[in-house]
Ligand binder design. Structure first.
Ligand code: PMP
Length: 392
């Protein structure tokens, strides 16, 4: 018996870019300690008071089927947060709760794509994007954001392939580059969306991790609220990756369709998780700043280390828990550099090539380990790169 084409082509064939990560796991399983700077997960766990609230809710009986669109209280709290932060009037009816941002990405594309429609996205990209688009029966088409333009996408490059496409997926602050899209970038992207009648799917799961500049939600730009679906999540903002809680914000009519989709797929998110998410949200901005703080600190540590050398180049990372480093002066590809660093120094980073073609010759470093070890690992990475560059 055959699986459907749709599901059996989710991975798209070829390398999936996880080879270095898997090799690191193999080494760890074999007893070799590895400094892992690969995946985007906090080195702290979900805060105890959030878990206590989850426990309180579950023991209080919120363990049956919860409201499929999300509880009224949580939807209201998210609507209020979005209204306050973006200035776009947002109501409960504009919000649907999902099991994490990943499910929200899939749901949003399912809501706008008919089989075979072209869904645009930007390279470098978060590793699941092309598979998510294929899973939603789209034909994905990547557009490069160039290193020479500090990985800010150019509207003209998008416009050149936008004819006939259905949607464009953007992500700022960006994984993998850490780049925060400027107002100019987002306004020019919004103009392309309006001109070519594209849905804009805006993945804003890193919106609380801003180190420089400001986070602009493109939904707030002129004429965009009616054609934008925003993806949000508690994973990064509240260190709740395992709780699987996120949302889609969009026009009321689209949210109604998304609720129909949820009724026939996930049937909602556990009530006690939603209650804990509400509890976490009402802790306010200070709590979010506290969760983001270690990454802000480590970014500064990294900047100091990198300023003392001139072999490894750094992409200006205004946000998110990553740094993209240019290692092309070593003469190696990102992939070869990452493998060599792993074998020689037992430090695991992600090759830029894992995120498409635009970040070739780079590696992504996740700032997700304790400060001292992080600084040490970066110093080692830089001196290793220097040694290679001298031979190159
Ligand atoms: N979008 C981006 C850009 C991400 O980096 C991630 C997780 N690493 C997600 C979406 C999905 O996050 P989650 O499903 O945990 O909310």
């Amino acid at each position: 018996m055959q699986a459907s084409k749709r599901i059996s082509t989710i991975l798209g064939g070829g390398s999936d870019g996880w080879e270095v990560f898997l090799r690191a796991r193999e080494m760890i399983d074999g007893g070799t300690p590895v400094t892992e700077l690969t995946i985007g997960e906090h080195d702290i766990r979900t805060a105890a008071p959030i878990l206590q609230d989850m426990h309180r809710s579950a023991l209080g009986g919120h363990t049956g089927y919860a409201a499929v669109p999300g509880t009224a209280e949580l939807r209201d709290a998210i609507a209020k947060r979005v209204t306050e932060r973006t200035g776009v009037p947002t109501k409960r009816e504009n919000v649907m709760i999902t099991p994490g941002g990943q499910a929200a990405l899939f749901a949003a594309h399912t809501a706008v794509i008919d089989p075979g429609d072209t869904a645009l996205y930007l390279d470098p990209y978060y590793a699941t994007y092309p598979g998510t688009l294929r899973g939603a029966s789209a034909t994905p088409l990547a557009i490069q954001a160039h290193a020479s333009n500090a990985f800010q996408p150019r509207a003209a490059d998008i416009a050149a392939v936008a004819k006939g496409a259905k949607s464009l997926l953007v992500n700022s602050p960006n994984n993998p580059t850490g780049v925060v899209y400027s107002r100019e970038t987002l306004e020019s992207i919004a103009d392309v969306c309006k001109e070519h009648d594209l849905w804009l799917i805006s993945d804003e799961v890193y919106d609380t991790q801003i180190w420089e500049g400001e986070h602009i939600s493109p939904r707030a730009l002129d004429g965009m609220a009616e054609r934008t679906l925003v993806i949000g999540s508690m994973s990064k903002s509240h260190a709740m990756t395992g709780s699987r809680i996120g949302w889609v914000i969009g026009p009321e009519a689209m949210i109604e369709h998304l609720i129909n989709l949820a009724t026939h797929t996930t049937y909602g998110v556990a009530g006690f998780i939603q209650d804990a998410a509400l509890f976490a949200l009402v802790q306010g901005d200070d709590f979010e700043v506290e969760i983001a703080e270690p990454f802000r600190r480590r970014r500064e540590l990294a900047q100091n280390v990198l300023a003392q050398q001139n072999v490894v180049g750094v992409v200006p990372n205004g946000g998110a828990m990553y740094m993209m480093l240019d290692v092309s002066a070593t003469g190696l590809s990102g992939q070869d550099f990452a493998f060599a660093l792993l074998e020689k120094h037992h430090i695991a980073v992600m090759p830029g090539e894992s995120f498409g073609t635009a970040a070739a010759g780079h590696v992504r470093v996740a700032m997700t380990i304790e400060d001292g070890a992080f600084e040490e690992a970066l110093k080692t990475l830089c001196s290793f790169a220097k040694g290679l560059a001298e031979k190159a």
